[in-house]
Write a protein that binds this ligand. Structure first.
Ligand SMILES: [Zn+2]
Length: 245
């Protein structure tokens, strides 16, 4: 016997059928979820009948064969690998439906907000495995079957992609970028007009509230005031008050 023979570095692959479209597909052993390449359904591998293969190539070949020749070949492979599958399958993680106490109303409000929060944190800049998402469901008090549907909807609307069949990643939206960097507006001309209308002198506080009410952000107003000050168009006769030169 070779040294280290007990350590298996080769990952076994499971072959199973999609419960929705019945196409056969595969995933590395240990993975609990994958997206069906045919219909988009997220398959719970722990609930699927599986046959086990020693290499990804063997699993892929079996998938092709089962899809071409139907159930009988698959059932034979399932019989051959029954015990090994049981040993390979990770123990199931409790979902929120198992732990929520009786009488406690399920939280419907803000579910989508919680999901987006989770995805922003876990799957914004890097792919996150479906298994991790399903584990986090408990922490975020979300039901996995609901999350499954939402992930499919997000993928349909282009907000989310499946980089691998068992991972998800949020797609950077253009709106998000504009939110992060608020646009600066130069309102120096308008500030001069306001001061002129006030008789040539105005308090900075008034200017801030005047433009703030119009939706101009404070940084824009302050920058514009600085610009006018530096160009010598206005001066500060006393703190907090500006006058036209
Ligand atoms: Zn399918």
């Amino acid at each position: 016997m070779k040294a280290g023979a007990g350590v298996r570095l080769v990952i076994s692959f499971l072959v199973f059928a999609c419960p929705q479209c019945k196409h056969f597909t595969n995933a590395p052993a240990g993975q609990r979820h994958r997206r069906c390449s045919y219909c988009g359904k997220i398959i719970d591998i722990t609930k699927a009948v599986c046959a086990v293969f020693d290499t990804p190539d063997a699993a892929a070949a079996a998938v092709r064969e089962f899809n071409a020749r139907g159930d009988n070949e698959f059932q034979a492979a399932v019989e051959r690998s029954r015990d090994r599958v049981r040993a390979l399958m990770p123990s199931t993680v409790l979902g929120v439906e198992h732990i929520s106490s009786k009488g406690e109303a399920p939280m419907h409000v803000g579910k989508r907000k919680m999901l987006m929060e989770m995805l922003e944190k876990e799957a914004r800049d890097k792919p996150c495995s479906l298994d991790r998402i399903s584990e986090l469901c408990r922490e975020y008090r979300l039901e996995w079957f609901w999350v499954e549907d939402e992930l499919a909807k997000l993928a349909d609307s282009g907000l989310l992609v499946f980089p691998r069949p068992w991972t998800v990643q949020l797609v950077q939206s253009s709106e998000k970028k504009t939110e992060e960097a608020p646009k600066k507006t130069d309102v120096s001309h308008e500030i001069l007009a306001v001061i002129r209308e006030a008789g040539g002198t105005s308090s900075v506080k008034e200017i801030l509230s005047h433009f703030g009410a119009k939706g101009v952000n404070q940084t824009s107003i302050e920058d514009s005031l600085d610009k006018l000050m530096q160009s010598g168009a206005i001066f500060e006769p006393r703190p907090g008050v500006v006058s036209i030169v």
